[in-house]
Design a protein around this ligand. Sequence first.
Ligand SMILES: C[S@@+](CC[C@H](N)C(=O)[O-])C[C@H]1O[C@@H](n2cnc3c(N)ncnc32)[C@H](O)[C@@H]1O
Length: 227
Amino acid sequence: MASRARITRTGRVLEDTFFKKAKAQGYVARSAYKLLEIQQKHKLIPPGGQVLDLGCHPGAWLQVACESLGPLKKGGRVIGVDLQETKRPDKFCDERVTIVQADARELGAEFWLEHAPGGFDAVLSDMCHFTLGNSVADAYKSLELARTAWTIATGGEEAESLDPNMPWGRGVLKPGGSLVMKLLQGTGTQEFAAELRRDFTKVAWHRPKATRSESKEVFLLGLKRKQ
Ligand SMILES: C[S@@+](CC[C@H](N)C(=O)[O-])C[C@H]1O[C@@H](n2cnc3c(N)ncnc32)[C@H](O)[C@@H]1O
């Protein structure tokens, strides 16, 4: 007998093409295809590069990031951070992946000293809250998390008033590096994109094919951090 698709009360198909593909290929979540698509288009993660993955649970972006580093002998590393305890996926991840259970909003100098002495080539944020079903509040909360990622990467809106010689005062993203942030479209997102232009050579939007059609999710990319 043919298996039937699992559908929620709101009509969302749970086990869609990307879900099945992820299961067949060994990714721990369908979200892998979002980063794969972004990486294919923008090549943000260089072979042997240094990657920070904020909101890494259950680990699909860790898998894609580690794969993108190339073979182990190329070096590189991926630091994943999440509020939830996260096990390093066996497939596609190797010893270059380190996972820290923490709130990204509270990472301080001690953390960066240990994990980012030389900075990162790519800072990725797929962080999101549980959505409340109120599109204005959900968009606002997603903007707050994206701003957290921006502050970690470049110092954010405070950067200009900070002492550039202060360790990590200007963020952990290397010049030339790139930032990816998940957002739910809503009030303030366009203004946020405009603010990023101060820090990046190019600012772009990306809505991956794996994003569900009913979702307001979109990724904002800051490409090639200015010196
Ligand atoms: C959509 S999931 C990430 C999926 C992940 N990129 C993957 O592909 O497996 C969003 C994650 O963001 C995390 N998160 C939300 N707020 C956070 C915060 N302040 N600090 C760290 N992680 C956070 C949540 O715990 C959740 O696991």
